[in-house]
Design a protein around this ligand. Structure first.
Ligand code: ATP
Length: 339
């Protein structure tokens, strides 16, 4: 699937120069703050809105652009919305049957359609609730119905708009696994909008970070985490300490401190600004020796590790450390780089 397009609402560009090619069966998470254009991108691919410029195509078929605009129901895709979008008067089975009535499925016999519906109901654990209405289901069960309805027609593309945001924390984790299973089972290409960084890091093959309607960076979760290309990506994808210092080609030095950091994989933009992005687990707290002098100003235990907040000159840094050696509030310590 490829997409080179823009979308304007009145005088404002909601999408700018989006140029993106997605491979079959890829799982792409679209991540970004509120209002950055995630939903507009998804709705453009879905056919709910027409891009102002550019082309969206699936393989060789133009979905929009060059005078074409394929209707939503004629696109080879399934959608899952944040609000589940279930009809209150329809049972679970009726929801799952609904997409099988579209003209895209008319080549299938009645028997095959029935089998497909029952198979999906079974595989998502909905068989005991098949005759219930949405009002008689829990949040997680409703989300399963929305997923079942999206996949029953075996679409090539699944568009998911914050599908887990209405669920509580525990349910979110089990539904993440459900979505990963669906991805493996169906081989569908997934475009998954979220503003939850952990969701994007956990599930996607590639993450697309958007900012003000444009793509800020696209890459694997590991790349986005370890090699952010902008300050925005560094801080948006996960917590990040921006250490101020001086770059001397590939070597980073912090004033008055014998610390030197190798910066081969640090993006140029940080070098121009005299910054080194350090993840909380890349710092190590030590009691003596060379390092950045800092003071512990807060600590939080979470069962696995301790999250320390430290004051370091005028900066405030976050460090995740093991529980073996603990540091006290107010203690003066040193930070060294530990990767
Ligand atoms: N129908 C519309 N008319 C005018 N402006 C719109 C319309 N739909 C969206 N916008 C604007 O386009 C921009 C992008 O909106 P969009 O809904 O795509 O953002 P988002 O990243 O999905 O945000 P959120 O995470 O809050 O859902 C916003 O500034 C929004 O106000």
């Amino acid at each position: 699937m490829s997409n080179t397009s823009q979308k304007k609402f009145g005088p404002a560009w909601a999408l700018k120069d989006i140029n993106l090619t997605i491979a079959p069966s890829e799982f792409i998470a679209v991540l970004g703050p509120s209002g950055c254009g995630k939903t507009t991108l998804l709705r453009s691919v879905g056919g709910f809105i027409e891009p102002t410029d550019g082309i969206i195509r699936l393989n060789d078929q133009i979905y929009s652009g060059q005078g074409h605009m394929v209707a939503v129901e004629d696109r080879d895709l399934g959608m899952v919305f944040q609000s589940f979008a279930l009809w209150p008067h329809m049972t679970v089975r009726e929801h799952v049957e609904f997409p099988m009535k579209s003209k895209r499925q008319k080549h299938l016999s009645r028997e095959k359609k029935k089998k497909a519906v029952e198979r999906v109901i079974e595989s998502l654990g909905l068989a005991p609730y098949a005759d219930r209405l949405p009002g008689q289901l829990s949040g997680g069960q409703r989300q399963r119905v929305a997923l079942a309805r999206a996949i029953v027609g075996r679409p090539s593309i699944l568009l998911m708009d914050e599908p887990l945001s209405a669920l509580d924390a525990e349910l979110k984790i089990s539904m993440r696994q459900e979505i990963q299973n669906i991805h493996r089972r169906t081989g569908a290409t997934i475009l998954y909008v979220t503003h939850d960084q952990s969701e994007a890091l956990a599930m996607a093959d590639r993450i697309l970070v958007m900012r003000e309607g444009a793509i800020e960076q696209i890459g694997t979760p590991q790349d986005m985490y370890a090699h952010p290309e902008t300050e925005f990506v560094a801080s948006f994808v996960s917590q990040c300490n921006m250490v101020k210092g001086r770059w001397d080609r590939q070597v980073f030095k912090v004033a008055d401190c014998p610390l030197v950091y190798d910066g081969h994989r640090v993006a140029d933009i940080f070098k121009q600004k005299g910054l080194y992005p350090v993840r909380p687990e890349q710092f190590k707290i030590v009691r003596g020796g060379d390092g950045l002098p800092a003071t512990i100003i807060n600590k939080q235990y979470n069962g696995r590790e301790i999250q320390y907040s430290l004051r370091c000159g005028t900066d405030r840094f976050t460090v995740f450390a093991g529980c073996d050696e603990q540091f006290d509030l107010g203690e003066d310590v040193y930070l060294i780089f530990d990767v």
